[in-house]
Design a protein around this ligand. Structure first.
Ligand SMILES: C[S@@+](CC[C@H](N)C(=O)[O-])C[C@H]1O[C@@H](n2cnc3c(N)ncnc32)[C@H](O)[C@@H]1O
Length: 299
Protein backbone atom coordinates (compact mmCIF):
# COMPACT_ATOMS: atom_id res chain seq x y z
CA UNK A 1 0.00 0.00 0.00
CA UNK A 2 1.32 3.43 -0.97
CA UNK A 3 1.61 5.73 2.07
CA UNK A 4 3.19 8.78 0.47
CA UNK A 5 5.62 10.19 -2.04
CA UNK A 6 8.93 11.98 -1.90
CA UNK A 7 10.53 14.03 -4.66
CA UNK A 8 13.61 12.41 -6.18
CA UNK A 9 15.87 15.34 -5.40
CA UNK A 10 14.94 15.41 -1.73
CA UNK A 11 15.36 11.64 -1.57
CA UNK A 12 18.79 11.84 -3.24
CA UNK A 13 20.01 14.36 -0.63
CA UNK A 14 18.75 12.21 2.24
CA UNK A 15 20.15 9.01 0.70
CA UNK A 16 23.66 10.52 0.50
CA UNK A 17 23.49 11.50 4.20
CA UNK A 18 22.04 8.12 5.17
CA UNK A 19 24.97 6.33 3.44
CA UNK A 20 27.45 8.53 5.32
CA UNK A 21 25.70 7.70 8.61
CA UNK A 22 26.06 3.99 7.85
CA UNK A 23 29.76 4.30 7.07
CA UNK A 24 30.42 6.42 10.17
CA UNK A 25 28.67 3.82 12.41
CA UNK A 26 30.25 0.73 10.79
CA UNK A 27 26.97 -0.50 9.29
CA UNK A 28 26.88 -2.14 5.85
CA UNK A 29 25.50 0.33 3.30
CA UNK A 30 23.69 -2.63 1.74
CA UNK A 31 21.35 -2.63 4.76
CA UNK A 32 20.09 0.80 3.74
CA UNK A 33 19.19 -0.51 0.29
CA UNK A 34 17.56 -3.58 1.83
CA UNK A 35 15.35 -1.37 4.00
CA UNK A 36 14.53 0.94 1.09
CA UNK A 37 13.52 -1.97 -1.15
CA UNK A 38 10.94 -2.81 1.53
CA UNK A 39 9.79 0.73 2.23
CA UNK A 40 9.85 2.34 -1.24
CA UNK A 41 9.20 1.35 -4.86
CA UNK A 42 12.94 1.49 -5.59
CA UNK A 43 14.63 -1.66 -6.83
CA UNK A 44 18.20 -2.77 -6.23
CA UNK A 45 19.53 -1.51 -9.55
CA UNK A 46 18.03 1.97 -9.19
CA UNK A 47 19.50 2.19 -5.71
CA UNK A 48 22.89 1.04 -6.93
CA UNK A 49 22.84 3.58 -9.79
CA UNK A 50 21.44 6.23 -7.43
CA UNK A 51 19.18 7.24 -10.26
CA UNK A 52 16.57 9.19 -8.24
CA UNK A 53 16.52 12.78 -9.37
CA UNK A 54 14.14 12.64 -12.33
CA UNK A 55 11.30 10.86 -10.58
CA UNK A 56 8.89 10.84 -7.67
CA UNK A 57 9.42 7.95 -5.28
CA UNK A 58 6.44 6.04 -3.86
CA UNK A 59 6.62 5.12 -0.19
CA UNK A 60 5.17 2.11 1.65
CA UNK A 61 5.93 3.88 4.96
CA UNK A 62 5.45 7.60 5.65
CA UNK A 63 8.60 9.58 4.78
CA UNK A 64 9.17 10.57 8.45
CA UNK A 65 9.11 6.90 9.45
CA UNK A 66 11.66 6.03 6.76
CA UNK A 67 14.06 8.68 8.02
CA UNK A 68 13.48 7.87 11.71
CA UNK A 69 13.70 4.13 11.01
CA UNK A 70 17.16 4.48 9.49
CA UNK A 71 18.25 6.68 12.39
CA UNK A 72 17.07 3.96 14.79
CA UNK A 73 19.03 1.35 12.82
CA UNK A 74 22.20 3.41 12.97
CA UNK A 75 22.06 5.01 16.40
CA UNK A 76 20.28 2.31 18.40
CA UNK A 77 21.57 -0.63 16.31
CA UNK A 78 17.96 -1.75 15.86
CA UNK A 79 17.90 -4.70 13.40
CA UNK A 80 16.58 -4.08 9.87
CA UNK A 81 14.40 -7.19 10.09
CA UNK A 82 12.47 -5.74 13.05
CA UNK A 83 12.09 -2.40 11.21
CA UNK A 84 10.70 -4.17 8.15
CA UNK A 85 8.62 -6.51 10.32
CA UNK A 86 9.52 -9.58 8.33
CA UNK A 87 12.44 -11.66 7.09
CA UNK A 88 13.16 -14.44 4.61
CA UNK A 89 13.94 -17.88 6.01
CA UNK A 90 14.18 -20.85 3.63
CA UNK A 91 11.17 -20.37 1.31
CA UNK A 92 9.12 -18.54 3.94
CA UNK A 93 8.57 -14.84 4.40
CA UNK A 94 8.18 -14.68 8.19
CA UNK A 95 6.74 -11.95 10.35
CA UNK A 96 9.23 -10.93 13.05
CA UNK A 97 8.95 -8.46 15.91
CA UNK A 98 11.24 -7.93 18.90
CA UNK A 99 9.19 -10.64 20.67
CA UNK A 100 10.98 -13.30 18.61
CA UNK A 101 14.54 -14.14 17.68
CA UNK A 102 15.27 -13.29 14.05
CA UNK A 103 15.62 -16.74 12.47
CA UNK A 104 19.21 -17.22 11.28
CA UNK A 105 20.45 -18.63 7.96
CA UNK A 106 22.44 -21.40 9.69
CA UNK A 107 19.24 -22.65 11.36
CA UNK A 108 17.84 -23.36 7.88
CA UNK A 109 20.23 -26.31 7.69
CA UNK A 110 18.32 -28.12 10.44
CA UNK A 111 15.57 -28.94 7.97
CA UNK A 112 18.12 -30.35 5.48
CA UNK A 113 19.70 -32.48 8.21
CA UNK A 114 16.28 -33.79 9.28
CA UNK A 115 15.52 -34.63 5.65
CA UNK A 116 18.81 -36.50 5.13
CA UNK A 117 18.68 -38.39 8.41
CA UNK A 118 15.03 -39.31 8.17
CA UNK A 119 15.61 -40.71 4.67
CA UNK A 120 18.57 -42.68 6.03
CA UNK A 121 16.62 -44.08 8.99
CA UNK A 122 13.20 -44.43 7.39
CA UNK A 123 11.58 -41.98 9.79
CA UNK A 124 8.99 -40.81 7.28
CA UNK A 125 6.04 -42.15 9.23
CA UNK A 126 3.19 -40.29 7.51
CA UNK A 127 1.19 -39.96 10.71
CA UNK A 128 4.15 -38.98 12.86
CA UNK A 129 4.33 -36.21 15.40
CA UNK A 130 7.26 -33.81 14.99
CA UNK A 131 8.16 -31.23 17.60
CA UNK A 132 9.97 -27.85 17.56
CA UNK A 133 10.86 -26.90 21.13
CA UNK A 134 11.44 -23.15 21.59
CA UNK A 135 9.69 -22.31 18.34
CA UNK A 136 10.02 -18.48 18.48
CA UNK A 137 8.77 -17.17 15.10
CA UNK A 138 7.72 -20.73 14.21
CA UNK A 139 10.45 -21.03 11.56
CA UNK A 140 11.46 -24.63 12.29
CA UNK A 141 7.86 -25.75 12.83
CA UNK A 142 6.94 -24.39 9.38
CA UNK A 143 10.02 -26.05 7.89
CA UNK A 144 9.06 -29.41 9.41
CA UNK A 145 5.43 -29.09 8.28
CA UNK A 146 6.47 -28.46 4.69
CA UNK A 147 9.05 -31.26 4.79
CA UNK A 148 6.57 -33.81 6.16
CA UNK A 149 3.22 -33.05 4.49
CA UNK A 150 1.38 -35.74 6.50
CA UNK A 151 2.89 -35.15 9.92
CA UNK A 152 1.35 -33.18 12.76
CA UNK A 153 3.88 -30.63 13.97
CA UNK A 154 3.93 -29.17 17.49
CA UNK A 155 5.64 -25.87 18.26
CA UNK A 156 6.30 -25.10 21.92
CA UNK A 157 7.44 -21.86 23.51
CA UNK A 158 7.13 -20.39 26.97
CA UNK A 159 6.63 -16.90 25.48
CA UNK A 160 2.99 -16.07 24.69
CA UNK A 161 3.91 -13.10 22.42
CA UNK A 162 6.30 -15.33 20.45
CA UNK A 163 3.56 -17.96 19.98
CA UNK A 164 1.19 -15.29 18.64
CA UNK A 165 3.76 -14.47 15.92
CA UNK A 166 4.38 -18.17 15.21
CA UNK A 167 0.62 -18.78 14.77
CA UNK A 168 0.40 -15.84 12.38
CA UNK A 169 3.31 -17.21 10.36
CA UNK A 170 1.73 -20.65 10.13
CA UNK A 171 -1.55 -19.13 8.91
CA UNK A 172 0.23 -16.86 6.43
CA UNK A 173 1.70 -19.97 4.81
CA UNK A 174 -1.48 -22.09 4.94
CA UNK A 175 0.09 -24.38 7.54
CA UNK A 176 -2.23 -23.36 10.39
CA UNK A 177 -4.06 -26.69 10.44
CA UNK A 178 -0.83 -28.72 10.30
CA UNK A 179 0.91 -27.12 13.29
CA UNK A 180 -0.32 -27.00 16.88
CA UNK A 181 1.28 -24.40 19.10
CA UNK A 182 1.55 -24.91 22.85
CA UNK A 183 2.67 -22.56 25.59
CA UNK A 184 4.93 -23.99 28.29
CA UNK A 185 8.38 -25.22 29.19
CA UNK A 186 9.97 -27.56 26.66
CA UNK A 187 8.14 -30.93 26.73
CA UNK A 188 5.81 -29.95 29.59
CA UNK A 189 2.71 -29.09 27.45
CA UNK A 190 3.10 -32.31 25.40
CA UNK A 191 2.36 -34.84 28.16
CA UNK A 192 -0.32 -36.43 25.93
CA UNK A 193 2.39 -37.39 23.39
CA UNK A 194 4.64 -39.45 25.71
CA UNK A 195 6.32 -42.23 23.72
CA UNK A 196 4.70 -41.16 20.43
CA UNK A 197 6.94 -38.46 18.95
CA UNK A 198 8.82 -39.28 15.76
CA UNK A 199 11.34 -36.48 16.05
CA UNK A 200 12.26 -33.28 17.86
CA UNK A 201 14.36 -30.31 16.85
CA UNK A 202 15.33 -27.35 18.97
CA UNK A 203 17.36 -24.18 18.66
CA UNK A 204 17.37 -23.43 22.38
CA UNK A 205 19.00 -20.47 24.14
CA UNK A 206 22.68 -21.50 24.39
CA UNK A 207 24.80 -18.41 25.12
CA UNK A 208 26.68 -18.70 28.45
CA UNK A 209 25.55 -15.87 30.74
CA UNK A 210 29.04 -14.38 31.05
CA UNK A 211 29.23 -14.01 27.24
CA UNK A 212 25.91 -12.18 26.85
CA UNK A 213 27.44 -8.68 27.26
CA UNK A 214 29.86 -9.40 24.39
CA UNK A 215 27.09 -10.06 21.87
CA UNK A 216 26.53 -7.44 19.16
CA UNK A 217 24.25 -4.60 20.35
CA UNK A 218 21.74 -5.61 17.64
CA UNK A 219 21.36 -8.94 19.44
CA UNK A 220 21.74 -8.23 23.14
CA UNK A 221 19.86 -4.92 23.14
CA UNK A 222 16.96 -5.91 20.90
CA UNK A 223 16.43 -9.68 20.63
CA UNK A 224 14.58 -11.42 23.51
CA UNK A 225 16.91 -12.42 26.37
CA UNK A 226 14.79 -15.54 26.79
CA UNK A 227 15.98 -16.65 23.34
CA UNK A 228 19.67 -16.15 24.18
CA UNK A 229 20.42 -16.87 27.84
CA UNK A 230 21.61 -20.46 28.20
CA UNK A 231 22.48 -20.21 31.91
CA UNK A 232 25.95 -20.37 33.48
CA UNK A 233 27.55 -22.71 30.91
CA UNK A 234 25.07 -22.12 28.08
CA UNK A 235 23.83 -25.71 28.25
CA UNK A 236 21.03 -25.44 30.79
CA UNK A 237 18.28 -25.94 28.17
CA UNK A 238 20.22 -28.54 26.16
CA UNK A 239 20.75 -30.67 29.28
CA UNK A 240 17.01 -30.63 29.97
CA UNK A 241 16.31 -31.62 26.36
CA UNK A 242 18.76 -34.54 26.65
CA UNK A 243 17.23 -35.73 29.94
CA UNK A 244 13.55 -35.37 29.10
CA UNK A 245 13.28 -36.26 25.41
CA UNK A 246 13.59 -40.08 25.67
CA UNK A 247 10.26 -40.24 27.56
CA UNK A 248 8.47 -38.49 24.67
CA UNK A 249 10.24 -39.89 21.61
CA UNK A 250 9.35 -43.23 20.06
CA UNK A 251 12.08 -45.89 20.13
CA UNK A 252 14.49 -44.80 17.37
CA UNK A 253 13.03 -41.26 17.47
CA UNK A 254 15.10 -38.39 16.12
CA UNK A 255 16.71 -35.70 18.34
CA UNK A 256 18.57 -32.59 17.15
CA UNK A 257 19.74 -29.34 18.72
CA UNK A 258 21.55 -26.28 17.46
CA UNK A 259 24.39 -25.06 19.67
CA UNK A 260 27.28 -22.57 19.50
CA UNK A 261 30.90 -23.10 18.47
CA UNK A 262 32.76 -25.24 21.02
CA UNK A 263 29.70 -26.89 22.60
CA UNK A 264 29.28 -29.86 20.22
CA UNK A 265 31.77 -32.29 21.82
CA UNK A 266 30.28 -31.61 25.28
CA UNK A 267 26.73 -32.18 24.01
CA UNK A 268 27.78 -35.40 22.22
CA UNK A 269 29.39 -36.61 25.46
CA UNK A 270 26.28 -35.76 27.50
CA UNK A 271 24.17 -37.77 25.02
CA UNK A 272 26.57 -40.74 25.27
CA UNK A 273 26.58 -40.62 29.08
CA UNK A 274 22.77 -40.48 29.18
CA UNK A 275 22.76 -44.04 27.81
CA UNK A 276 19.44 -43.83 25.92
CA UNK A 277 20.77 -42.43 22.60
CA UNK A 278 22.48 -43.97 19.58
CA UNK A 279 23.81 -42.67 16.24
CA UNK A 280 25.19 -39.47 17.76
CA UNK A 281 26.44 -37.09 15.05
CA UNK A 282 27.96 -33.62 15.00
CA UNK A 283 27.06 -31.50 11.92
CA UNK A 284 28.85 -28.39 10.69
CA UNK A 285 27.19 -25.27 9.32
CA UNK A 286 28.22 -23.64 6.02
CA UNK A 287 31.00 -21.72 7.81
CA UNK A 288 32.47 -25.04 8.98
CA UNK A 289 31.43 -24.53 12.62
CA UNK A 290 30.21 -27.57 14.58
CA UNK A 291 26.70 -26.20 14.98
CA UNK A 292 24.28 -29.12 15.41
CA UNK A 293 24.20 -32.43 17.26
CA UNK A 294 21.73 -35.15 16.29
CA UNK A 295 20.95 -38.57 17.71
CA UNK A 296 18.26 -41.25 17.88
CA UNK A 297 16.82 -42.87 20.92
CA UNK A 298 17.57 -46.57 21.40
CA UNK A 299 15.15 -49.18 20.19
C1 LIG B 1 17.17 -19.28 20.14
S1 LIG B 1 15.43 -18.99 20.14
C2 LIG B 1 14.95 -19.99 18.75
C3 LIG B 1 13.72 -19.53 18.04
C4 LIG B 1 13.41 -20.27 16.73
N1 LIG B 1 13.24 -21.70 16.97
C5 LIG B 1 14.52 -20.05 15.73
O1 LIG B 1 15.32 -20.98 15.53
O2 LIG B 1 14.61 -18.98 15.16
C6 LIG B 1 14.95 -19.94 21.55
C7 LIG B 1 13.47 -19.95 21.86
O3 LIG B 1 13.27 -20.76 23.03
C8 LIG B 1 12.27 -20.17 23.82
N2 LIG B 1 12.44 -20.64 25.21
C9 LIG B 1 13.32 -20.22 26.14
N3 LIG B 1 13.16 -20.90 27.28
C10 LIG B 1 12.14 -21.78 27.06
C11 LIG B 1 11.51 -22.76 27.86
N4 LIG B 1 11.87 -22.98 29.13
N5 LIG B 1 10.51 -23.48 27.31
C12 LIG B 1 10.12 -23.27 26.04
N6 LIG B 1 10.67 -22.35 25.23
C13 LIG B 1 11.69 -21.61 25.74
C14 LIG B 1 12.47 -18.68 23.65
O4 LIG B 1 11.29 -17.97 23.98
C15 LIG B 1 12.86 -18.60 22.17
O5 LIG B 1 11.72 -18.39 21.37
Amino acid sequence: MIKGFVAGEEFARWYATARQMAIAHGIEVGELDWLLQGWTDLDRLTLRLQDFSRRQISLREPWDNVQQGWQKRVEEKYPVQYLLGHTQWRNFDLKVTSDVLIPRPETELIIDIVQNQSDQWGLRDPSGHWVDLGTGSGALALGLASLFPHALVHGVDCSAPALAIARENAQRHQLGDRIQFHQGHWWEPLGHLRGQVQGMVSNPPYIPQAELPQLQPEVINHEPLLALDGGADGLQAVEQLIRRSPAYLKPGGFWLVEIMAGQAPIVAELLRKNGTYQDIHIHRDLAGIERFVSARTLG
